[in-house]
Ligand binder design. Sequence first.
Ligand code: ATP
Ligand code: MG
Length: 249
Amino acid sequence: MDPLTETIPSASGSPEIVRAESLTKSYISGDGRRLVVLKGLDLSVEAGEMVAVVGASGVGKSTLLHLLGGLDRPDSGTVLLEGEDLHNRQPAQLAALRNRKVGFVFQFHHLLPEFDAVENVMLPMLIGREDGRQAGKRAVEALEELGLGERLDHRPSQLSGGEQQRVAIARALANRPLLVLADEPTGNLDPATGEAVFNMFRSLQGTHRFAAVLATHNERLARRCARILQLEDGRLSHVSWEEVRWESR
Ligand SMILES: Nc1ncnc2c1ncn2[C@@H]1O[C@H](COP(=O)(O)OP(=O)(O)OP(=O)(O)O)[C@@H](O)[C@H]1O
Ligand SMILES: [Mg+2]
């Protein structure tokens, strides 16, 4: 079945890209105690929407992003990506789906030092068994979109921090994902560079209309998202910018 036909149209008319229902997640800590992080969390994000998830350090923002992107499994609950149950599949199928539909941007870029910019961006596509020529073409296009057309053959050590993070964003976007999960994407950059990198990310979201979930401590970034969701006591609540308890960071 064409997955697009399964998507649930929202009130705004944009298709729902990701839906999390009743997600729970706990970890067993070093001393054997169970730490319950997510306690029945619900979330829905549409195409073209950017949602900020805020909350104190250790509250579970990264955990949530990992579950939404299929990098980790919930204890219970479901994640539907375009209506398809992400966690109800074999690991190889999950990896293929993730590779096709989800892009990740992390606080630290995780670029491979021995590869140049184009190779770093190509790598996930090659792992996803995409044709090498096609992957190369998409990598160059993505890097050009991020203003790195003159840096294609530079290795990470030959790039500034902001440029490295732009390569990481190009890597997340090159495959035209439906969903982009960004975990403190500018947390490692100075404020001005972070702002410039975020502006590029935002503008590309306008162009490509992917759904984005941004975990951040940065008030300025959160303010520019369509919705701000506060993660507290294992669940999300919708808050206005003024209501965010930034002091709880
Ligand atoms: N693999 C793990 N094993 C045990 N505990 C974990 C594991 N991963 C995370 N935790 C714990 O789960 C809680 C949530 O962690 P998480 O990284 O999701 O928080 P966060 O909201 O992203 O925090 P920050 O803002 O500091 O990035 C924390 O208390 C953390 O110590
Ligand atoms: Mg985190």
